[in-house]
Design a binder for this molecule. Structure first.
Ligand code: SF4
Length: 362
């Protein structure tokens, strides 16, 4: 929503003077000096600022000065060589009407204001810009990671679930080979922690069986099964072979978008990813910001040996496929045993460059 700065006492005085003359329309060039323009616009009810070229930004500055320095509150119109990409910023600096020279871009102008939900350039409306948002979010992440630097996984999870994001955080689980560890940790803190499971419709029967085993064993009371939108499946994957044609599109439809929709009610999501998984996870922080929100990774610095030790210490059941060479398990269509080295996730999307499904894309 467009906002204008409140006028100062000096501004109000200038405004009163301006208002004392008769109504008229004044045209200024974008390069005009706002101090001399003060006399020109005395008594004006409309000021037109002409842009000789869309590359010349001086008209934006002049509009800002008229609105903020002189407190001009009459109609302000931008005219001349303007392009639809400038619509949002024209409004933000105080224009309330735009008359571009070109008349063949009406549809683009109509859509232009809705095109961007965030802003890059600062203006006197004080809307937070993208650089400012990036700065504040990176400061916030640094604070979280500094706070958790010397904490163990249970302490991190306890703080995340019970204090920092209490009531606004869920745990995502694939119910794969290592899933029992983070689920067990969460159950020790609160078995009613919301657990999200992405049901792609392509899981091994053994994974679904393992889900039921862990839910019973850990007494999890809030497991939420997220399915893809049936309309999207019919439109985008009518023959059921999208995973072969375009695995990224298939993961987007069956995993990324269902999770994104579910995250509307959460501010943060706990994952069980670890740095030793390699690839994009090698530098995994404990708290990170990804495309759809915050991720908390309490097991980020755990080793494979720690995982195995935790299974043994708590006598946790294993995934039925773990002993058959499956070290990382997703959809049956895209998962193979990881024989022959290549790391724990070598059996995912075999024969493709793809290594992640995209739900944690930064
Ligand atoms: S892992 Fe394969 S089948 Fe599952 S959603 Fe991704 S591409 Fe589709």
């Amino acid at each position: 929503m467009l906002r204008t700065n409140p006028a100062t006492e000096t501004d109000r005085s200038a405004l009163a003077q301006l208002a004392s003359g008769g109504g008229k329309t004044v045209e200024l060039s974008g390069g005009a000096d706002w101090r001399t323009a003060a006399e020109d616009i005395r008594g004006a009810v409309q000021v037109d600022i002409r842009f000789a070229s869309f590359k010349d930004g001086r008209g934006f500055s002049l509009a800002t000065q008229l609105r903020t320095r002189l407190g001009y509150s009459g109609r302000l119109r931008a005219i001349g060589d303007l392009i639809p990409d400038q619509a949002q910023f024209l409004k933000r600096v105080g224009f309330d009407a735009i008359t571009p020279d070109r008349s063949d871009l009406a549809a683009d102008w109509a859509n232009a204001e809705r095109r961007y939900s965030v802003v890059y350039q600062p203006a006197h409306d004080a809307i937070a810009t993208i650089p400012a948002l990036r700065k504040s979010s990176s400061d916030e992440l640094e604070q979280f990671n500094a706070r958790y630097r010397n904490s163990d996984a249970l302490e991190i999870l306890h703080d995340a679930l019970e204090t920092t994001w209490r009531g606004r955080i869920a745990l995502l689980s694939s119910f794969g080979t290592e899933a029992a560890v983070s689920l067990h940790l969460a159950s020790r803190i609160n078995p009613a922690t919301p657990v999200l499971f992405l049901d792609t419709g392509r899981h091994f029967a053994q994974t679904e069986q393992y889900l039921r085993t862990l839910v019973d064993r850990l007494k999890l009371t809030d497991v939420r099964v997220l399915k893809p939108d049936t309309g999207e499946v019919q439109t985008e994957d009518a023959d059921g072979y999208l995973w072969q044609r375009d695995a990224d599109a298939c993961c987007a439809m069956r995993k990324v978008r269902p999770l994104s929709r579910a995250l509307d009610e959460f501010d943060a999501l706990v994952t069980g990813r670890k740095r030793f998984h390699g690839g994009a996870r090698t530098d995994l922080p404990v708290v990170e910001r990804v495309a759809d929100g915050l991720r908390v990774n309490p097991l980020a610095n755990w080793s494979a040996e720690q995982i195995q030790a935790y299974f043994q210490a708590h006598d946790l059941p294993r995934h039925p496929l773990a002993d058959m060479g499956y070290s990382s398990i997703g959809c049956w269509t895209c998962t193979a045993p990881a024989y022959g080295g290549g790391g724990l996730r070598a059996g995912r999307w075999p024969g493709q460059n793809k290594t992640e499904c995209g739900i944690h894309a930064r």
